[in-house]
Design a protein around this ligand. Structure first.
Ligand SMILES: Nc1ncnc2c1ncn2[C@@H]1O[C@H](COP(=O)(O)OP(=O)(O)O)[C@@H](O)[C@H]1O
Ligand SMILES: [Mg+2]
Length: 353
């Protein structure tokens, strides 16, 4: 008898600034999913948050964007809701409204299995301030930083400016707490820039971080697993500009990569250990990419951030690092799907009071 195929709903696009990146990630996942094992329903989410079933993520953007959309709220205006038959949901949505626990909450409410981190880990991973606080509580090495709320910036501007000048040296970074793709981030080489840097970041969030700039190498490590996560070999990002900004990531793309990074074995091991610790500190499951700085002068390693839906294009670090660590892309996808089912099954076994 022929085995039944597993039905997967692939969700991509989404409301964030990383909409276009999601289309590329989803196309690459679609191409690498084993069609003998999986039957795929492709769901495109537009920038307004409306959903539409499409042939595949390989469609050209105009074809994705034209046509009747529906809302997941069945009684919403102009809704033409259609039943989806899926065994598991795979969100390939980077940034807010996809990587931040919101769509994961919808899956939990509907009691369906899904790929990647839970509501909690997704939300915490998206918020750079909360993630740092949790990492610090576990004694993980985080970059020196302060968290500033917009309300305090309005009320205590002078004292915040004085604190930044006193506690940081140049260059320092200012970034919104909940963003991605380097949006709203500035590298500041002069304290005269501080006010405008904070104002830029506050355009995107009510909470921002001021961080000490680290001069050194940028390393990344892929983690995979639920209760027993494993780390890949680390990789290296070599930005071609001042820092790894939006243009470098997606427009100019002149960044080069070290896959795997050329590191002494002791540093590789330490990065892998810290990656798993950082993963566990936010109670992550499924997958995440953990990013680091290796300071040139001191050799110190800092945990920078954790991304629960990392880039998944053919040239993205997350799948590439698994490839060089012995797990090819199609097998990685199968593992991620198994992990989604496993978590759902385990949760089901718990008593519902
Ligand atoms: N403290 C820092 N020191 C040095 N470079 C930094 C620092 N913070 C950010 N950067 C640079 O800015 C880029 C984007 O910052 P990051 O915190 O990773 O935000 P995003 O979520 O947008 O990727 C990093 O990849 C790095 O090149
Ligand atoms: Mg980053």
């Amino acid at each position: 008898m022929k085995a039944q195929k597993i039905k997967i709903a692939l969700l991509f696009g989404g409301r964030s600034a990383e909409h276009e990146v999601s289309l590329i990630s989803a196309a690459s996942i679609y191409n690498n999913l084993d069609k003998k094992k999986y039957e795929i329903t492709s769901i495109y989410i537009n920038k307004e948050g409306n959903w539409r079933i499409v042939d595949s993520p390989l469609l050209a953007p105009p074809d994705l964007k034209e046509g009747l959309f529906s809302s997941f709220i069945p009684w919403a205006k102009k809704s033409t809701s259609k039943a989806i038959e899926a065994d598991i949901y795979f969100p390939v949505l980077h940034g807010p409204y996809g990587e931040d626990g919101t769509i994961q909450g919808l899956f939990e409410i509907a009691d369906v299995p899904y790929v990647g981190a839970t509501v909690l880990a997704s939300a915490v991973g998206m918020d750079k301030a909360v993630a740092k606080t949790l990492h610090k509580a576990r004694n993980l090495p985080v970059v020196k930083h302060i968290i500033v709320l917009e309300k305090d910036w309005i009320e205590q501007r002078e004292s915040i400016l004085a604190k930044i000048r006193k506690e940081f040296h140049l260059p320092f970074f200012v970034k919104p707490a909940n963003m991605g793709s380097s949006v709203g981030i500035t590298k500041n080489k002069d304290f005269a820039q501080t006010e405008s840097a904070l104002q830029t970041a506050f355009q995107y969030d009510r909470k921002i971080l001021v961080e000490q700039g680290i001069q050194g190498r940028e390393l990344e490590c892929s983690v995979l697993g639920n209760d027993n996560p494993k780390a890949s070999l680390p990789g290296e990002i070599i930005p071609c500009r001042e820092f790894y900004d939006y243009s470098d990531k997606y427009i100019e793309g002149k960044t080069s990569f070290g896959i795997p990074a050329d590191l002494a074995s002791g540093i590789t091991k330490e990065i892998q250990r810290l990656s798993i610790e950082a993963y566990k500190a936010i109670d992550c499951s499924g997958m995440a990419r953990v990013d680091f700085f290796l300071e040139e002068k001191t050799g110190k390693i800092f945990v920078s951030e954790i991304n629960t839906i990392p880039g998944f294009t053919e040239i993205s670090m997350y799948p590439k690092l698994w490839e060089v660590s012995g797990t090819p892309y199609p097998r990685l996808l199968s593992k991620l799907i198994e992990l989604g089912f496993e978590r759902h099954k385990k949760k089901k076994r718990k008593v519902i009071p």
